[in-house]
Design a protein around this ligand. Structure first.
Ligand code: KG4
Ligand code: ZN
Length: 363
């Protein structure tokens, strides 16, 4: 009998549930996206997000159980994201998980969302390696030894984490201002490229010249504040790049809804993306060398970025691991994988567990 876990994730704008066996095998992975709702307003509004979770949560859990052909009796635990995230969104998933645990007398396991992004790399997937890059494979299926280095990059997070063992994390660095996905979203908005910004900036950048504008890089000499950040080996800062993009747009008569020349938009997007991906690769490489890690695990929505993947592969070769795209963005399968290892460690939360919107890794 496998250790079967029902996992629930509602930390931001996806309502997700999954059934995972032995922390590795995905029996079902259901995600109800609120993308369309938030696209209409150009971003995530917490109040709307939590109400959309309320509507979706029961049908999504039901679909996950049905798709997995799992009986309630076959479950050994319920894992749920307890933080970090939007309080009103987290509450919906946590309360659903508690209800199931209470009714079925199952253990409750509260999972850190960031830990989930890391454990996405342990999930068995059917994706075959890209023919154009046969040397790149999923590194963790061969039980790569610790230490491992995780880079978690999304709309809400930019974290560089050293993983010493299952459940043992050391936060090496984080952003001092905007999360990297947030910077992509803001630049897309000021360039009039729409929401979500990452894919839109990537698309515009494909026709742009990344050398037209010089955005700051971690090693170059910058304004007083950024120099400090640049010297702080594993910290990130993206507000400078964002402000630079805004200044360029304004200098050329755009910004605040005024349309810009298409070629200019493409060049700003390309130059911004080139600089930001350099930051990510550079800081990750520094940490990988300093701590002599055996693999680099990249996760979160921004890891979908094509240029970032190319640069990471050029730098780390087969030692860099990217989950398939549907496991990079928020999902419950990754929470089930993390929940399984927590279950093995004996982690059990009681039914009075609160949500932890500001939860850090290592808490
Ligand atoms: O992990 P995720 O789906 O949700 C959370 O924020 O937790 O990440 C979404 C973020 C958004 O900021 C989006 O613009 C960014 O990931 N993103 C990308 C790309 N695809 C999504 N950023 C850069 N390049 C992409 N191709
Ligand atoms: Zn996430």
């Amino acid at each position: 009998m496998p250790v079967r876990i029902l996992a629930i994730e509602t930390s931001c704008d996806e309502t997700a549930a999954a059934v995972i066996d032995d922390g590795r095998f995905i029996r079902s992975n259901v995600v109800a996206s609120q993308m369309e709702l938030h696209r209409r307003y150009g971003g995530v509004f917490p109040e709307m997000a939590s109400r959309a979770h309320v509507e979706a949560i029961a049908p999504v859990i039901d679909a996950a159980m049905t798709e997995a052909k799992a009986s309630w009796d076959s479950l050994r635990a319920v894992a749920v994201t307890k933080g970090p995230g939007l309080p009103g969104s987290l509450v919906v998933g946590v309360n659903a998980a508690k209800g199931i645990c209470l009714a079925r007398d199952l253990p409750l396991i509260g999972v850190n969302h960031l830990e989930g992004h890391i454990y996405a790399h342990w999930l068995e997937t059917t994706e075959s390696p890209a023919p154009s890059a046969p040397q790149v494979r999923r590194v963790l299926h061969s039980e790569t030894p610790f230490p491992l280095l995780a880079l978690i990059i999304s709309g809400g997070h930019t974290e560089l984490v050293l993983m010493h063992n299952h459940g043992r994390y050391q936060l090496l660095g984080h952003t001092v201002d905007d999360a990297v996905g947030e910077a992509f979203d803001k630049v897309a908005r000021l360039l009039g490229l729409g929401y979500p910004g990452g894919p839109a900036v990537q698309r515009a950048a494909e026709s742009g010249d990344p050398r037209r504008f010089q955005f700051s890089r971690p090693r170059v000499s910058l304004g007083a504040r950024t120099v400090r950040v640049a010297n702080d080996a594993y910290m990130f800062s993206f507000s400078g790049a964002k402000t630079h993009a805004l200044r360029l747009a304004q200098e050329h008569g755009g910004g605040n809804g005024r349309p810009l020349d298409r070629a200019l938009v493409n060049d700003i997007a390309a130059s911004f993306q080139d600089a930001v991906t350099d930051w990510l690769v550079e800081k990750t490489a520094r940490a990988a060398e300093a701590f002599d890690v055996n693999a680099v695990l990249v996760g979160g929505g921004v890891s979908a970025n094509k240029l970032l993947r190319e640069k990471m592969r050029a730098r780390f070769g087969a030692a860099v691991s990217f989950p398939p795209l549907y496991l990079c963005t928020d999902n419950a399968a990754m929470i089930g994988a993390a929940g399984y290892y927590a279950f093995l460690r004996g982690v059990r939360d009681d039914l009075a567990m609160d949500v932890a919107p500001d939860l850090k890794l290592g808490d």
